[in-house]
Design a protein around this ligand. Structure first.
Ligand SMILES: Cc1ncc(COP(=O)(O)O)c(C=O)c1O
Length: 342
C-alpha cells in the first residue's frame, strides 16, 4: 500500500479522514532507543475503533447481510459505537448501541448526538461493567430480524482487518525499522490486526499486549477495573481475535499506574485515555533497559478528552481510591529523564 500516508487535500465524507495518524516521539534513551506513540485519537471520533467499524460494515455489505435501510446492532463500551454511528449516518443505516453505565458518559452522549439509539443493559445507574450481558442482549435483539446485523466485534474477523492499514502506515513511516509493537488488548483486533499485517511487511519485531489488572486474557485473578474499553472482564469470553501466538508477551497494568501515567503524560502537553495510560506505563518501564537503538511503537487507542469526568477528575479519582501522587511522580520523573535525550 504505497502512499498510505497521503490524504487528498479535500475529502467529502468523514470516513475519508480515517487513518494516516501521526507518530509522536515521547521518550528517548541515551543509547538511542525511542518510544513512539501512534496517535489514533487523530481519527474521526477520537479513537482507533472507527477503523474496524468501517471494516465490519464493509464486510456485512459484501456478504449481503446488510442492505439499504438496514439496522446495525453492537454491544459497545463507546468507542466502537462512535465509529459505527458515523458509518451508519453516512450510509443511511439505523444503529442500536447496547451499552452500560461503565462507559464514559461523553462517549454515550456523542453516540446519541450522531444518531444512534442507546439501549442500556443495566439501567440502574451503576458503573458496573456488563460486557457479557450486553453481548447477550445485542445477539437476542438481532436474532431472526431481516436486514439486521449484530456486528459482534469480539468474534468478527473484519475487526482485525480494519487495522491492516495501521501496519502499512507504520512500515512506511519508519522505513521498516520497528522492533517492538505494544498495545492494549480488548477484542484483540487493534494489536493483533496490526501485528499480523506488519509481519507481512517487516521481520524480527515483538508484540507486547497490555490488559488491565483484573482482566483475564493473560490470566487471573479477576476483579473490577476502570480502564475503559479494554481487557476481558470476568464472565466475558476472550475475543477470537486475541492471537496468543502473535503476542510474545502479555502483561497487566493496574488502574492506579495507568491513570497516573495519563496524568503525568498530560503535563507534556498530550491527553491520552486510560487504556493508553496502561500501555505507556509499561513501555516507559521497559524503555531504559532495551538494546541500544530499539524502536518501540505504542498504539494509543484514544485521547484523554473523553475522561475528564474520571481519570482527570481529582474527586472521582479520590472517591475510587485511584489517586496516587507517588505513582504520578514516578512516571513524571521517568519521563523528564527520558525526554531530556530527545
Ligand atoms: C479506549 C480503548 N482502549 C483499548 C481498546 C482495545 O482495543 P481492541 O478491542 O482492538 O483490542 C478499546 C476497544 O474498544 C478501546 O476503546
Amino acid at each position: 500500500m504505497p502512499g498510505a500516508l497521503q490524504r487528498p487535500a479535500v475529502v467529502s465524507r468523514v470516513s475519508d479522514l480515517i487513518g494516516r495518524t501521526p507518530l509522536l516521539e515521547l521518550a528517548t534513551t541515551e543509547t538511542g532507543s525511542r518510544l513512539l506513540l501512534k496517535l489514533e485519537m487523530y481519527n474521526p471520533t477520537g479513537t482507533a475503533k472507527i477503523r474496524m467499524a468501517r471494516a465490519m460494515i464493509d464486510a456485512a455489505e459484501s456478504a449481503g447481510e446488510l442492505r439499504a435501510g438496514g439496522r446495525i446492532i453492537e454491544s459497545t463500551s463507546g468507542n466502537t459505537g462512535l465509529g459505527l454511528s458515523v458509518i451508519a449516518a453516512e450510509r443511511g443505516y439505523a444503529f442500536t448501541a447496547v451499552v452500560d453505565h461503565h462507559a464514559a458518559a461523553d462517549k454515550l452522549r456523542a453516540m446519541k448526538a450522531l444518531g444512534a439509539d442507546l439501549v442500556y443493559v443495566v439501567d440502574d445507574g451503576t458503573e458496573e461493567l456488563a460486557t457479557a450481558a450486553r453481548e447477550e442482549l445485542a445477539e437476542r435483539m438481532a436474532d431472526g430480524q431481516d436486514n439486521t446485523v449484530f456486528t459482534e466485534q469480539h468474534n468478527n474477523p473484519a475487526n482485525g482487518v480494519g487495522y491492516f492499514p495501521v501496519a502499512h502506515e507504520l512500515a512506511e513511516a519508519l522505513d521498516g525499522r520497528l522492533d517492538i509493537l505494544i498495545g492494549a488488548v480488548g477484542t484483540g483486533g487493534g494489536l493483533c490486526g496490526t501485528g499480523r499485517e506488519l509481519a507481512k511487511l517487516i521481520t524480527g519485531f515483538t508484540v507486547i499486549g497490555v490488559e488491565p489488572k483484573g482482566s483475564v486474557a493473560f490470566g487471573g485473578p479477576a476483579h473490577d477495573y476502570y480502564q475503559s474499553g479494554t481487557g476481558t472482564p470476568e464472565g466475558a469470553e476472550i475475543g477470537a481475535l486475541v492471537d496468543f501466538d502473535l503476542i510474545g508477551e502479555g502483561v497487566k497494568v493496574g488502574d492506579v499506574e495507568a491513570f497516573a501515567t495519563c496524568r503525568a503524560v498530560a503535563r507534556t502537553g498530550l491527553l491520552i485515555g486510560g487504556s493508553a495510560g496502561g500501555v505507556v506505563h509499561e513501555a516507559l518501564r521497559r524503555l531504559p533497559s532495551l538494546p541500544p537503538g530499539t524502536t518501540m511503537v505504542a498504539l494509543i487507542n484514544d485521547g484523554g478528552e473523553k475522561y475528564m469526568d474520571t481519570v482527570f477528575n481529582d474527586d472521582w479519582m479520590a472517591e475510587h481510591a485511584l489517586l496516587s501522587p507517588e505513582a504520578e511522580g514516578e512516571v513524571e520523573e521517568r519521563l523528564t529523564k527520558l525526554r531530556g535525550n530527545r
